[in-house]
Design a protein around this ligand. Structure first.
Ligand SMILES: *Cc1c(COP(=O)(O)O)cnc(C)c1O
Length: 379
């Protein structure tokens, strides 16, 4: 595939790089997670534009695969997706209503997560004003100290029978801090706190697991799991084989190639110098496209099975590769090199950049040409 200057849907003169997103692989990943959790339901987390992959395309593909529960971070994200999903789908907003937004949640049929007493009180007040039950998730903080009712708030809530008046608790949820590290003792501790918290709330379906926690075992599944990353092909457990299908590939165009002498510097700050006469390829992707500057002298591209180390700094719109391992003429203007693909997946790029795959995906720029591979029609 690399080497074709005119990949399908990527005419010369369009963007500098082609981002391919395999909707079929996302659907397949959802099905395999649903199968892995058995009788629990598998939701999908679509926040941040489906981790940068395009929620407007990802959501219908997941709905076609059978997913009916969707989580986003903000009300706007939910409102944008609502018309694209079947009427039977629920959209839940993880951050809950910002003060003053409650009425819009209720009017548009968007379900909030209530993350603290203030959000509980505002939702209950609205329900009483509208004189109807309003559904919501209630989140408890089981140890991460990020979102959710604190243990003190939870005890106060449990002691006050009026506190949840008008609220139909559609789910009780919490979130794990260390789920990607199966041996971490915090996983069991948070599990115990979550179980205890549930006993203080009205009986309701429980949701605890993100992608990684699905792989911690059945104890963590409860009634509804909330994967994001694994749907998009990221490895759920660090250092373990990745059971998910890859979703993303990125191919970038060579703009120019040049030969340089031994000792010649390359790029901003002369951050790289050749040890011997070298061949440098300048490629049309940069930090403005989410190709992070931390990849300076550490990143790589691939061409025909050959690793091409990133030489020097990442510029806004370009990177320079040491292509000396390739014969003269192998790379030409317009040739495509692999930045994400079978030789180097998103997690591998993240490791080279000193970050996590989530940050690589959500940083993917808006300048790429995008090609969506459709899910094959299901029987
Ligand atoms: C982002 C998020 C998820 C999804 O997490 P992944 O690690 O991407 O599977 C689930 N639950 C909550 C509360 C989140 O914020």
């Amino acid at each position: 595939m690399s080497g074709t200057a005119t990949a399908a849907g990527f005419p010369p003169g369009s963007a500098g790089a082609l981002l391919s997103i395999d909707l079929g692989a996302i659907a397949e990943n959802w099905r395999s997670l649903q199968a892995a959790v058995g009788k629990a339901a598998c939701a999908a987390v679509l926040k941040a534009d489906a981790y940068g992959l395009g929620a407007a395309r990802v959501a219908p593909a997941l709905a076609a695969a059978g997913c009916r529960r969707f989580f986003v971070a903000h009300l706007d994200e939910a409102l944008a997706l609502k018309p694209l999903l079947p009427a039977s789908a629920t959209l839940t907003v993880l951050h809950g209503p910002t003060p003053g937004a409650e009425a819009e949640f209720a009017a548009r049929g968007i379900q909030p997560v209530l993350n603290g007493r203030a959000q509980v009180d505002a939702w209950s007040a609205l329900a009483r004003r509208l004189d109807r039950e309003l559904p919501a998730f209630v989140q408890v903080d089981s140890g991460m100290a990020r979102l959710g009712l604190s243990p003190t708030e939870l005890r106060a809530l449990a002691a006050d029978p009026r506190a949840l008046a008008g609220i139909r608790v559609a789910g009780v949820m919490s979130h794990l801090a260390c789920a990607d590290d199966p041996g971490h003792p915090a996983n069991r501790e948070q599990l115990e706190r979550f179980r205890a918290a549930r006993r203080l709330l009205p009986p309701a379906p429980a949701s605890f697991a993100n992608s990684s926690a699905i792989f911690l075992g059945e104890d963590f599944h409860f009634d509804l799991v909330r994967p994001g990353a694994a749907l998009y092909g990221l490895a759920p457990q660090a250092g373990m084989p990745n059971p998910m299908r890859p979703v993303v590939s990125l191919q970038a165009r060579v703009i120019q190639c040049r030969e340089i002498e031994a000792g010649a510097p390359v790029g901003y700050g002369f951050a790289w110098r050749s040890a011997q006469p070298s061949r440098i390829a300048t490629v049309s992707v940069g930090y403005a496209d989410g190709w992070l500057r931390s990849l300076c002298n550490r990143g790589a591209a691939w061409f025909d099975g050959t690793l091409l180390p990133l030489a020097g700094r990442v510029s806004m719109d370009t990177i320079t590769l040491d292509a000396s391992a390739l014969p003269e003429g192998a790379l030409r203007p317009g040739t495509l090199v692999e930045l994400i693909g079978k030789h180097q997946d998103v997690d591998a790029v993240a490791a080279r950049a000193g970050t996590i795959g989530y940050e690589i995906l959500t940083s993917l720029g808006a300048r790429y040409a995008r090609r969506y591979l459709e899910a094959p029609a299901t029987a």
